[in-house]
Structure formats: structure tokens, C-alpha cells
Design a protein around this ligand. Structure first.
Ligand SMILES: Cc1cc2nc3c(=O)[nH]c(=O)nc-3n(C[C@H](O)[C@H](O)[C@H](O)COP(=O)(O)O)c2cc1C
Length: 374
């Protein structure tokens, strides 16, 4: 084992009814590799399977749509139709051939859905220029869509789901002090604003029973979008009562202080309110075994790797091999292709994360002499 990796990270941990073989998680990452009709592609199964082979104890898929009007990206896998089930079974079988737990991140974009894909107006907690505030019926339908999506994941034989309530998507639009201007039971005080995500967890727990992992991903704070650290900690504590098995904190930097209160770390504030023993996964700029160790010492039970897992599908194996260190970002398109990054994903990385790619210079070798026509 590399001396920098806390050996605690290689020990098993329970997530609800399931046991992860270690505490190293592949963070959810949208990769645009699936089909236009939302069916999961072989390329996306491969991309996930490589990380499960590479020693990640938990592999979380990218954000997959629970309803057609909630889609936000081209090539996003869906969970809203019967045709989505068969390839999901293929993924479950692929994951079952490894030691990893397979978790599907369930997602509704709300006002951040992409109209060029959905061909409809968005829906959110409250009205906006390009979207409508959800009616009571809409809310019940979308909660039910999360439940039905989780049922498909369970029927396929995967271990659990993670509700994407971070990054300003629909559940976060309900939690937000500023996006949510409702005065009914789905808005107002924290109790009302937390109701949507709580009802989603309860609906899935009631339908799935205890033998299915339910995680929730939250952004601990984002003052531009009305997300406040103390409120996040309270919501997390409520979600634990509702049947959540783990909390996933999405942080820009897992080690950074709160952007509003120097010296207070989100991880520590949330930990203080959560029941002892409820696992926290922390993500954000964890690249090296040393980073992972520091985040573990701060109180995270598991560490989630995004960028690092793109560039090194076998990060956990490499981090525990005394003979080498994990591969790091940036890397070349050829390296990424060997790591399961197909052209649509490479293009997405070029647009969003250009610094993560070492572009190979365009081929300057001269071509054949042009044929001169006489
Ligand atoms: C290409 C890419 C796609 C992502 N897609 C998602 C997503 O679908 N759902 C999500 O919750 N976070 C998503 N994220 C955020 C990551 O899960 C992670 O929180 C973030 O990258 C910070 O971790 P890192 O510094 O280890 O990359 C994505 C990140 C990247 C780089």
C-alpha cells in the first residue's frame, strides 16, 4: 500500500443493507455515452464496468433521468420507460461480476432541463421565464417517477440509487430559499422546502423495503442559489429519519472551509447533526491517496473521486500498490480512450474541462504530393 493512503479507506463499510468492500467511491459523472431514446449503451456499461474492475468499492452512475421532461443532456440514460430495463440488467450483471456495489444516480433537471431535448417548458418549484411552477399533481407525478425509476433499478438487480439533490437540479430548486417562493406545503419554511426530497426518499423506501440502498447527494451551501449550510445539515438529519442510508456531500474542495464562515468545514457541520454511524461520502478535488487520507481524517466515511476516476479507472488498485501511484489528470485523448472515454464524452470534457486533456498536436507530417493535372 502506498504510505499516503490511510489503510482505513481499504476497510469494508455498510451502506444500509449492503457492504462495500472499501471506502473508495467513483463519483457520479454524466458522460453522454448513451442512446437518444435514453437506453443505456454498451459504451456506458463498459465505462462503469472498468471502474468496478479497477477496485472502486462503490460505482455511482451519472445522473439518469426519471422523467422525459427532466432530461438535461444529450446521451443521458433514462429510467422512465420499460425499454430502459433490459440494458440495466446488463449493467447489473457486469457489476455483479466484480466486488463493487452499483448505485444509479436518479435525476430531474427541473428548470435546468434542456428544452432542445425535451421539447417542452421546464418545471420547477416556482415560476420562471422559461419554466412553470409545479402543480400539486406535477409534484405527485414526479415523486412517483422517482419511485418507478428506483423500482427499475431494483428489478434489474443493482444495489441502490442516489437522489441527485445537489447542483441546483429539481430537488435543490425546492430546498432553495430563493428559487422556491411557494407559500403552500411544498415551500415556505425549511420544513416545507425539504418536503419534496423527503417525500421522494420515503416513497422509495416504502416501495423498496430495507434491502435496497438509498443515498442522497446534497450541495452543502451555495448562497447564490439560496442553499445554506445549517439548513443542509438539518435536512440531512431529517433524511436519515426518512430512510436514507448514506449522505453524499458534493463539495468544490472537500477540505475547504465554508465560504461564509472561515474555519468551519461543511463536513464537520453536517457530521455534528447526523446520527452516529450514518455514512458520509465526501467528493471534491480528491486526486491523490494523500488527499483521500486527509478527507477521511476530517470525518468522511467514504471518499468519492470524479476527475481522478476518469483518468485512472484502477485508481484504488494503484493507490494500494506500493509499486506505483494512480495516473493523474491531465491526460491525452489516447489515454482517455483506453480508459473508456468515447468521442461524445471526450467532446463533453473538451467543452467543460479543457484543462484535463493534453491535446496531441495536429498531425504535421506531409501528405502525398498533390497530383498535378496537365
Ligand atoms: C465530466 C463530469 C460529469 C459530472 N456529472 C455529474 C453528475 O451527473 N452528477 C453529479 O452529482 N455530479 C457530477 N459531476 C461532479 C462530480 O461527481 C464531482 O462531485 C466533481 O467532479 C468534483 O470531484 P473531483 O474534483 O474529484 O472531480 C460531474 C463531474 C464531471 C467532471
Amino acid at each position: 500500500m502506498t504510505p499516503q493512503l490511510n489503510e482505513d479507506l481499504t476497510r469494508p463499510i455498510r451502506l444500509g443493507s449492503q457492504r462495500a468492500i472499501n471506502r473508495i467511491v467513483m463519483a457520479p459523472m454524466t458522460n453522454k455515452q448513451s442512446h437518444e431514446d435514453g437506453t443505456l449503451s454498451a459504451a456506458e456499461v463498459d465505462w462503469l464496468g472498468m471502474r468496478a474492475d479497477g477496485g472502486f468499492g462503490v460505482v455511482i452512475t451519472g445522473a439518469w433521468a426519471v422523467a422525459p421532461e427532466g432530461r438535461a443532456w444529450e446521451g443521458q440514460a433514462g429510467l422512465y420507460a420499460e425499454r430502459h430495463l433490459a440494458p440495466l440488467v446488463g449493467l447489473a450483471q457486469r457489476i455483479a461480476s466484480t466486488d463493487a456495489l452499483g448505485i444509479v444516480q436518479v435525476h430531474h433537471g427541473g428548470s435546468r432541463s434542456a428544452p432542445e431535448i425535451t421539447h417542452t417548458r421546464g418545471i420547477s418549484s416556482s415560476d420562471g421565464p422559461d419554466w412553470d411552477g409545479a402543480s400539486d399533481d406535477d409534484i405527485q407525478r414526479i415523486i412517483e417517477a422517482h419511485r418507478a425509476a428506483a423500482d427499475r433499478v431494483r428489478a434489474a438487480g443493482l444495489h441502490g440509487i442516489e437522489i441527485h439533490a445537489a447542483h441546483g437540479f429539481l430537488p435543490a430548486q425546492f430546498i432553495s430559499r430563493t428559487d422556491n417562493r411557494r407559500t403552500d406545503r411544498w415551500g415556505g419554511d425549511l420544513d416545507g422546502r425539504a418536503r419534496f426530497v423527503r417525500e421522494v426518499v420515503r416513497a422509495i423506501r416504502t416501495a423498496a423495503g430495507n434491502d435496497f440502498v438509498i443515498g442522497v447527494r446534497l450541495s452543502p451551501e451555495n448562497h447564490h442559489h439560496g442553499i445554506v449550510l445549517e439548513e443542509t445539515a438539518q435536512i440531512a438529519a431529517w433524511l436519515a429519519d426518512d430512510g436514507m442510508d448514506y449522505l453524499h456531500l458534493s463539495l468544490g474542495h472537500a477540505l475547504a472551509s465554508s465560504s461564509h464562515e472561515e474555519g468551519r468545514r461543511a463536513l464537520e457541520v453536517v457530521r455534528a447533526l447526523l446520527p452516529r454511524g450514518l455514512p458520509i461520502v465526501a467528493a471534491g478535488s480528491i486526486r491523490t491517496p494523500h488527499d483521500a487520507t486527509r478527507v477521511r481524517r476530517l470525518g468522511a466515511d467514504l471518499v468519492a473521486l470524479g476527475t481522478a476516476a476518469i483518468h485512472d479507472p484502477s485508481w484504488p488498485q494503484h493507490a494500494t500498490d506500493p509499486g506505483r501511484l494512480p495516473d493523474v489528470s491531465p491526460s491525452t485523448p489516447e489515454h482517455l480512450a483506453a480508459a473508456g472515454v468515447t468521442p461524445p464524452f471526450l467532446q463533453y470534457l473538451r467543452e467543460g474541462w479543457p484543462d484535463s486533456i493534453i491535446e496531441t498536436p495536429t498531425d504535421l507530417t506531409p501528405g502525398p504530393e498533390p497530383v498535378t493535372k496537365t
